[in-house]
Design a protein around this ligand. Structure first.
Ligand code: PFF
Length: 520
């Protein structure tokens, strides 16, 4: 008889949780400023094309890997081939690194939400420079994520996603309605966003759109393998992939509709030119938007509260997916309770996020603290994960499904009744098209780090080189650790959690708990 395994209760629960992982700060922060810098709708088109051409296939590949094994990423890759298990370890380490800066940025959204009525304009430097406040808000945000993950896949992640995702959508609709009713400047904002300026399109813009699509869909960091492993047998992964990609694209599109009219309205009434507003830079969310909100008095404060609460929700539903990847592995490999595993992982990542937050805060105030490779730690971690490691790991996933499992087998594994042409198209995408595009992203990402543009001229950067070496060094360490310790040991699967829980329940009945539990 097949063992019972931890899983999502419903298709919609699974889809909302995965969409929650996808829609995060990347959509609310990264997308608008990159759109501003790359020709408005032209960038939007490129982004949507990348989701369709590259992201959807890679997402399906990750779901297939997880669903086939119904286990953590290490076991899931091991089931494809024992020598591939280290890819799985890499996608458990990457989310841990992402968490160290995502917790910090989540803390910023919490602070900005709570401070909306006191006014957030000009707050960025002050807050960033206040170590105690940054640590406090980082910890609050991490605790919220911990509470959800501790409550389990169904009781925590699924339930909260079912509540928070619709809430986010409603908030976004309210903000868009306000934004469109602002009057002066609104039509210019809409024109900027929706009328493509193809002259502003460039290769680097296209690459940025591809990278943005990957990050936004949470690919290459185990989240979709982990959630795929919890998808019930009845979930149609083809349909779910489509639903998640559409939801992510729709929300991204709506974020632009909320932000650009408001920015152009502010420019029109304040007399500040849009060029001076800093729309194309990273300060858009934490510096420019608060100024815009402040200018609208009470309405602005309300909008600010809604916007930053929405950002906090988006960040939360994303961070729980990466916390779950690492927690799932710790539960299954070490056979310890969810509560303890999640607490352990969160504790370590919060401790590591303290230097990250302080280094970022110092840099935002013109200083340098614990800087590495000429950059603050948040930026370094973002480059290591987002620019270098995530595309590599998404590439592994596509190649593993396309070439090792094979498209026919893969389709059979997730939907036995579906034969015919589905596997041909999937095969073409996973064997050739998506890998080639990912390789292009990776090569250009690395080139940009090693030979960055400096006043219009490309120059060699030893710091950029250091980041690349460091990122590939992490992959090497994962391979060494895997072959030394994990290849021939049991790394568990999704039935272990229920087993550990059941045995513990018996033990609790029998007497007081004796702490960490390891079944023989
Ligand atoms: N998709 C998230 C965003 O757009 O902000 C970021 C993210 C979440 C990346 C979870 C990776 C991940 F596993």
């Amino acid at each position: 008889m097949e063992k019972k395994k931890t899983s999502f209760g419903t298709s919609i629960g699974f889809e909302l949780a995965a969409a929650g992982s996808a829609v995060g700060l990347g959509n609310l922060w990264g997308f608008p400023y990159k759109t501003s810098a790359n020709g408005g709708a032209a960038y939007l088109f490129m982004y949507l094309a990348c989701i369709l051409l590259v992201g959807a296939a890679a997402m399906l590949a990750e779901f297939i890997i997880g669903r086939r094994a119904r286990a953590n990423p290490v076991t899931a890759y091991k089931e494809i081939s024992k020598n591939c298990g280290w890819f799985g370890l890499a996608v458990v380490v990457i989310p841990a690194l992402i968490m160290c800066y995502y917790f910090v940025l989540g803390g910023y959204t919490v602070k900005y939400s709570l401070n909306s009525f006191a006014g957030n304009a000009g707050m960025f430097q002050r807050f960033a420079g206040n170590a105690g406040d940054v640590i406090l808000h980082t910890a609050v945000f991490a605790l919220l994520a911990l509470a959800i993950v501790v409550a389990g896949v169904r009781g925590g992640i699924e339930k909260t996603s079912k509540i928070l995702m619709p809430t986010m959508l409603v908030i976004l609709v309210v903000i868009i309605s306000f934004s469109l009713l602002l009057g002066e400047g609104v039509s210019e904002g809409l024109a900027f966003y929706l009328r493509p300026d193809f002259s502003a399109m460039s290769w680097s813009g296209a690459l940025s759109a591809m990278g943005q699509a990957f990050f936004s869909l949470s690919l290459g960091c185990g989240a979709m393998i982990c959630y795929g492993s919890y998808s019930g047998k009845k979930v149609n992964l083809f349909r779910s992939t489509a639903v998640i990609c559409v939801l992510d694209s729709l929300l991204t599109f709506m974020v632009g509709l909320a932000i650009f009219p408001a920015l152009f309205h502010y420019a029109a009434v304040s007399g500040v030119s849009t060029a001076e507003l800093g729309m194309g830079g990273m300060g858009l969310m934490f510096i420019t938007l608060p100024m815009v909100f402040e200018d609208m008095s009470v309405v602005g404060s309300t909008l600010s509260l809604l916007f930053f609460a929405m950002a906090a929700i988006a960040a939360l539903t994303s961070v729980i997916s990466i916390l779950e990847v690492v927690t799932q592995f710790v539960i299954q490999k070490f056979r310890i309770f969810r509560t303890r595993a999640a607490l352990l992982v969160t504790g370590i990542c919060v401790a590591l996020s303290v230097p990250v937050g302080l280094s970022f805060g110092a840099a935002m105030n013109g200083g340098s603290l614990m800087a590495l490779f000429g950059r603050n730690l948040l930026e370094v971690l973002d480059m290591i994960t987002n620019t270098i490691l995530m595309p590599v790991c998404a590439l592994f996933a596509c190649l593993a499904v396309g070439w090792i499992i094979g498209p026919r087998e893969a389709v059979k594994a997730i939907s036995p009744e579906r034969d015919g042409k589905a596997h041909r198209l999937l095969g073409l995408m996973l064997k050739v098209v998506t890998p080639l595009l990912i390789i292009v992203i990776e090569i250009f990402g690395i080139f940009d780090l090693i030979m960055p543009l400096d006043n219009g001229v490309r120059r060699f950067s030893a710091d950029g080189c250091g980041i690349v070496v460091c990122a590939y060094g992490i992959l090497l360490v994962c391979a060494v650790v895997y072959f030394a310790f994990l290849k021939n040991s049991d790394t568990g699967n999704n039935s272990d959690e229920l087993q550990v829980d059941a045995l513990e329940a018996e033990r609790v009945k029998a007497g007081p708990s004796r702490g960490w539990y390891r079944p023989e």
